[in-house]
Design a protein around this ligand. Sequence first.
Ligand code: HEM
Length: 406
Amino acid sequence: MQDSLEIPAHLNQMLDPYELVDPLREASPVCRVRNAEGLDAWMITRHADVVRVLTDARFSVDSRNAAVTARQTIEATHSRTVESFADSILATDPPEHTWIRKAVARGLTPNRLRELRVFITETIEQLLARLDGATQFDLVADFASPLSLQVSAHLMGVPTDDLPQLARWSYDLMLMPKDQSARTTADAGMAQLEDYFRALIERHSPHANHDLLATLIAARDAGEITPAQLLATAKFVFVAAHDTTGALISATMFHVLRQNGALNSLVSDPRLISNAIEECLRFDTPVPLPVTFFATENVTLGGVTIAAGDQVFAAIGAANRDPRVVETPAEFHIQREHPAHLSFGLGIHYCLGAQLARLEASAALEALIEHHPHLRLAVPAHKVPWRPTVTRVLHALPVVSSPPYE
Ligand code: HEM
């Protein structure tokens, strides 16, 4: 057994998670780690190995497959947030996973996406109208965050009036459990979000509504999914849809604005916008360390034996920067064609919202750049704050929009 490497409670929260995972990928690609909460795991950092973990059925997402000692640590350290997602689509193995996935997919059909596209365009126009004439604004608070929240609410059938409190609870529940106070805040956020969705499910009619929540309720009524899976998955999709997509929109603009001439290239050739989004997904994904797996039997990976019951972190962010699959991986290039990345996962849990996220991000950036072709960062890049949350999200992105003649 290797000695354990001490790592922070969660990589995503590090200002630069790549400082830790880049050297690991070369020196110890299947590395025994112990996080600040005392949780032992294997950190997998090479692209080919991460693909293996994401696609090999011997790795389960269900924490009941953890070894007894690991399970005790998980139970002692995990917040309510983690527990309350345990019945969600992301933490369920087949055969139940297949049923939940089918139900969620029914709420994301091409017709539904077309209807969402109209809503997305209208919402973007409204948000940009409010910024008309503004010379300085916060691209997170004034644009990316309200857009992604409203789209997620529309997708799920959540009333818009409830969004301010839902935004607060989702922010709280994503807080890193780095001390007792953060854990208490996160737990309270989750409890409130759970109560909210429980009440919404009670009064939401699958006959009168055509949103994703109505689809999930119909699946419960048909006996395809359990009430616990309905509640956990509804909460999960609401949070997963807005937090990550908002993060992608602001992070793409951040990396574009950090680079001389990149915005001009997008203005003169808007087709490059989707390249920039894919490159941001590769270079700085909102979810660099998403999924925890548990080996259900002994598995050898990179010459190392992972024992049944061991916990495994598939470091997607590290895999995205593996020089074995991408040239100059530590550089952000908007010209890069189809950058290979695993930011939406792979295999049976591949992100069901990937198409929606791409659609929303490209519509947002196209319109933003058209309205504000002369944006620049209002503070030095190293002063732009990141949130202390489980996902990698900018806390704010202050920008200056100057008129064309300046
Ligand atoms: C930039 C935006 C997004 C990123 C980076 C992202 C990333 C991910 C990742 C890494 C996974 C796990 C995949 C795996 O384990 O193989 C996932 C799963 C999932 N995502 Fe996303 N996601 C995004 C947006 C969305 C949106 C907009 C929705 C809304 C519908 C969504 C819904 C889901 C669902 C339902 C799953 C679970 C799929 C399953 O377990 O079968 N995601 N996402």
